[in-house]
Every structure is written in C-alpha cells, then in structure tokens.
Design a protein around this ligand. Structure first.
Ligand SMILES: C[S@@+](CC[C@H](N)C(=O)[O-])C[C@H]1O[C@@H](n2cnc3c(N)ncnc32)[C@H](O)[C@@H]1O
Length: 195
C-alpha cells in the first residue's frame, strides 16, 4: 500500500491535481491517533489521494463516502482505490456535491470539505446536518494562499475568498461549534461539535 500510495501522490502532483498537503494530513492523523473513526464523508475526491490516506484512521469496519463531479478524476480515483486495495472501504458518489449532499441521510464522525470554495457555506450547512454529536468538520484551503486574511479583493477569486470568509464567520459564531483556524497547508478549519 505505501509504495502504491506514494505513486498516487507523485502522479497527482505531476498532473497538477491539488491534493491534501503533508502537514494538513499529519495534523489529521495526529488528531485521530488515540481514537479511530467509523465513518468519514469527504467532499472533493479528486484522484482519491486523501481518501486513501484517511483509510489509515478508520477502525476495522469503518468506511468513507466521497463525492466528486469530474468524470476523468472519478475513473482515476477508482483505479487508485483498486491499486491500494481500499475498494471495499470507499464509496464514490459521482456528481455535483450540491445535488448529492441533500440526498444523503447518514451520520459521520468526520467530514472533510475540500471542493469548490464558493460553496463552502452551503457545504457547512449540509455538514452540520450530517455530522455526529462528537464529530469534527475539517475545511481545507480555508486561508486560500493568504487571500482570506488579507485585504485581497480582486478579480476572479473574489467569490471564493468572500465565501471562505463567510465560512470562517459562520463556524466562529456557531455556539454548537468549537473552531480553530490553523495556518497549516493552505489553511485548515477544525470545528468540533460541542456536547
Ligand atoms: C482540492 S481537490 C480534492 C483533493 C482531494 N481531497 C485530495 O486531497 O486528494 C477538489 C476536487 O473537488 C471537486 N469538486 C469541486 N467542486 C465540486 C462539487 N460541487 N461537487 C463535486 N466535486 C467537486 C473538483 O473536481 C476537485 O477534483
């Protein structure tokens, strides 16, 4: 698995597919070091790199549901799941997460948001419906190359930046959440559900 996983990562980087950064992954591994999880929902599979990595934090009968809309990436993710022998643990939902999420009626221990930045507030709303009482919601790329905390207000990334700022505001103000915004990778929001 390790050798194959390394190949998946190297190919993704060569093909300029944005994948989870090493320090973000290390943080998530550490977060679940003592207690593994049963169920993970990922929004944004790409070629499956992070999903394959997350199988390491699953308990024995744990599973991952992951959503992707790009058909070429879906095919590559399926091949990567076969190569790394994790097919039985991961299910891909094929299509736009905006349409798929409202059709899901399960509860997850961990939700990893890593798709269209302009949709983060929508994804958060769905994540709050789907997260278990002691669960945790991660949102990757939350600081988006530093634009989110600067006075950046220009051209085509403007909508993304506005929505990422909105996400931070929503998680920070929600009394049900205990949130940290970490400057690791491209920024990671960690929101634990208070109980
Ligand atoms: C940053 S990549 C995911 C990387 C992956 N989680 C990893 O670390 O290996 C984001 C992916 O989300 C997909 N995506 C973006 N918006 C989406 C949406 N609304 N529904 C489904 N997939 C989406 C993109 O096609 C892209 O492959």
């Amino acid at each position: 698995m390790e050798e194959e996983l390394k190949n998946v990562k190297e190919k993704a980087l060569q093909d300029h597919i944005p994948i989870i950064m090493d320090d973000t992954l290390a943080y998530i591994y550490k977060f679940f070091e003592k207690q593994k999880v049963h169920s993970i929902l990922e929004i944004g599979t790409a070629v499956g790199y992070s999903a394959i990595c997350f199988t390491k934090i699953l308990n024995e009968d744990g599973f991952i549901d992951t959503i992707e809309r790009d058909t070429q990436r879906i095919e590559e993710a399926k091949l990567n799941f076969e190569k790394t022998n994790v097919v039985k643990k991961i299910k891909i939902y094929e299509g736009d997460a905006v349409e798929i999420l409202p059709t899901i009626h399960k509860q997850y221990d961990m939700i990893f948001i890593d798709a269209a930045k302009g949709k983060y507030p929508f994804f958060l709303n769905e994540a709050l419906r789907l997260i278990k009482e002691n669960g945790v919601i991660f949102a990757d790329n939350i600081l988006y190359k530093g634009y989110v905390l600067s006075d950046y207000n220009k051209h085509k990334q403007r909508t993304a930046v506005r929505n990422l700022r909105e996400y931070i505001k929503l998680v920070s103000e929600n009394p049900k959440l205990e949130t940290k915004i970490l400057e690791i990778g491209d920024g990671l929001a960690v929101s634990k559900i208070r109980h």
